[in-house]
Design a binder for this molecule. Structure first.
Ligand SMILES: [Ca+2]
Length: 236
């Protein structure tokens, strides 16, 4: 490859990748993430999430301390996210049932265009995700982890992208995860002491700007132009 063509390709690739970038919605946060986009400490209030308990009461969401995760089959905390649970402390015996983890974010004035940008997430839960809802629209997502029977917290789900732009509101949006805490299987608890049945969720969200078709056309035209120049140099 001659030097000019190499530089041309580099410029085109740089142009293409610069239009595909991770972005943030200022008011959309991972679980256990601070306003400054760092992971919160353990056993502190998460200011961005609330949890509705199986009996319908509302709980503040608290981060799980690493000491709670230690020795248990949980995915480790990330630099910008941490497991959260209903209430503070160890919460070793959370009631079985469905917990609704809720957060809100505002797209007003953000320039966010769901027709060209996408929100994706990965999630892990104790015990499993029974559904995800955006503004009342079920997203068709469930996750039961790679293992089963209460040991399914060791890995993130695959990334799931919210691909229906009509599900977003121009202003306030509500994102909800249905987390099922299954009853303890018979004989459970022997590994970690007395029978216990904690629950929790670890979520990582990402916003990706997708290039518009016109961008691809410009990159293609640039590559075609330099290819033509190279052909002319060879044949002249
Ligand atoms: Ca559990």
């Amino acid at each position: 490859m001659n030097r000019r063509l190499g530089l041309a390709c580099l410029a085109a690739v740089t142009f293409a990748t610069s239009s595909v970038k991770a972005d943030v919605i200022a008011s959309l946060f991972n679980t256990g993430e601070s306003d400054s986009r760092l992971g919160l400490l353990g056993n502190v209030l998460d200011p961005h999430w609330t949890i509705t308990n199986p009996n319908g009461t509302l709980s503040a969401a608290f981060t799980l301390a690493d000491s709670v995760l230690a020795g248990r089959p949980y995915l480790a905390s990330l630099a910008d996210s941490r497991w959260i649970q209903p209430g503070s402390g160890l919460l070793n015996n959370a009631a079985a049932g469905t917990y609704i983890y809720s957060t809100t974010f505002n797209l007003q004035g953000t320039g966010f265009d769901p027709t060209t940008q996408q929100v994706s997430f990965r999630v892990a839960a104790d015990n499993r995700i029974a559904g995800v809802i955006l503004n009342g629209h079920a997203l068709g997502f469930t996750y039961d982890g790679p293992l089963h029977n209460g040991e399914a917290f060791t890995a993130f789900s695959d990334a799931f992208t919210i691909s229906n732009p009509s599900f977003f509101n121009a202003g306030l949006n509500q994102l909800q995860f249905l987390v099922v805490n299954d009853p303890l299987p018979a004989g459970a608890g022997d590994c970690y002491g007395p029978p216990e049945n904690p629950t929790g969720m670890l979520l990582s969200v990402n916003v990706t700007a997708v290039p518009e078709p016109a961008t691809y056309a410009m990159v293609g035209a640039a590559l075609g132009l330099f290819g033509l120049r190279r052909f002319r140099r060879k044949t002249s």
